[in-house]
Design a protein around this ligand. Structure first.
Ligand code: PSU
Ligand code: MN
Length: 304
């Protein structure tokens, strides 16, 4: 049987040498996450932030029936054009079916990172509990994956149009440790503040690394969510945003969109309504998360 997982050579070398590696999902860099050419700009800025911080980027996806961790630039190009979104449960099926191009969400990327021994993962926002969950039952597989894999995920909170309070409750139920990066509030993606009060705040990467090591020694083998608020100069106006979100969601619901198609549809509408301001904010927060993830990945080996 052909190999199911391919680790890029630079990533494999870095892992063997105990150097810092940060996994990246590919959904946000595809047009499902950001419109062209913002998706490429986001990727370039995330990569630059990781390299600047001393970490090797490991972009994940599925190509020609192989799960890839550490895509090279030609492979990355193919992923940017991907339109099949893969959650954790889809990975093995996509590999077995020989899927040409599949982009990974947070749940699939956390799965691959854990399989390859990559401990840090940077994203924009994770999935969570959707508003109206009582009717739809829509809860992202990202939450379960965070509970299952001992990976540190750096995000600016959850996707803007989710139910943040319910997501926060679910994270507690699942036993996911949530650390506020220099904040005591759960950030609201495009906006710094507004979320629930956090129990744990960290001020530097060593505290995060220590938390992961302690979790391992204590047998708490689940993930750690580090929430990093969007940089202040990039955040959106909270009132304008909530208005735009309501109308984007209403339109998407009216169109009968469901399941994994909801996020791309809402984001596309939102981008029309904010004249692209949400796209600029999304890039800024992803870049900032990458910088924090690099710091954490560099601090990890020192903690052993
Ligand atoms: N947040 C965004 N844009 C995105 C996503 C999150 O602002 O495109 C993607 C991530 O890949 C995340 C996924 O893991 O959406 C969750 O999708 P779902 O709700 O279908 O589980
Ligand atoms: Mn969903």
């Amino acid at each position: 049987m052909p190999k199911a997982l391919h680790i890029g050579s630079e990533v494999a070398d870095a892992l063997a040498a105990g150097e810092a590696v940060v996994a990246l999902e590919s959904t946000i860099f595809s047009t499902l996450g950001l419109p062209e050419p913002a998706n490429r700009e986001c990727f370039q800025r995330v990569i630059a932030a990781l390299r600047h911080g001393g970490a090797v980027p490991a972009l994940c996806g599925v190509l020609d029936g192989v799960a890839v961790l550490g895509a090279d630039s030609a492979q990355a190009e193919r992923l940017f054009g991907g339109s099949t979104k893969l959650a954790a449960r889809d990975l093995s099926a996509a590999v077995a079916a020989g899927l040409a191009v599949g982009v990974t969400t947070v749940s699939a990327t956390a799965t691959l990172a854990a399989a390859a021994g990559v401990e840090v993962f940077a994203t924009g926002g994770i999935g969570g509990v959707h508003r109206g969950v009582e009717h739809s039952g829509d809860v992202s597989a990202d939450l379960e994956a965070l509970a299952r894999h001992p990976v540190i995920v750096v995000s600016a909170g959850v996707k803007a149009f989710l139910d943040v309070a319910l997501t926060f409750e679910r994270l507690e139920t699942l036993g996911v440790t949530v650390l506020g990066w220099r904040t005591d509030r759960f950030p609201a993606f495009y906006v710094r503040d507004g979320g629930p009060v956090l129990s744990h705040t960290v001020n530097d990467a060593h505290q995060v690394a220590e938390t992961l090591r302690a979790a391992s020694v204590l047998g708490h083998r689940s993930g750690i969510l580090v929430v990093n608020p969007i940089p202040s100069d990039a955040e959106l106006n909270a009132d304008e945003l909530s208005e735009a979100l309501v109308s984007a969601e209403t339109a998407v619901r009216r169109d009968g969109v469901s399941g994994g198609d909801i996020t791309p549809a809402v984001l596309a509408r939102l981008s029309e309504q904010t004249s692209g301001a949400n796209v600029a904010a999304n890039i800024a927060l992803a870049e900032s998360n990458a910088a924090v993830a690099a710091e954490i990945a560099v601090a990890l080996p020192e903690q052993m």
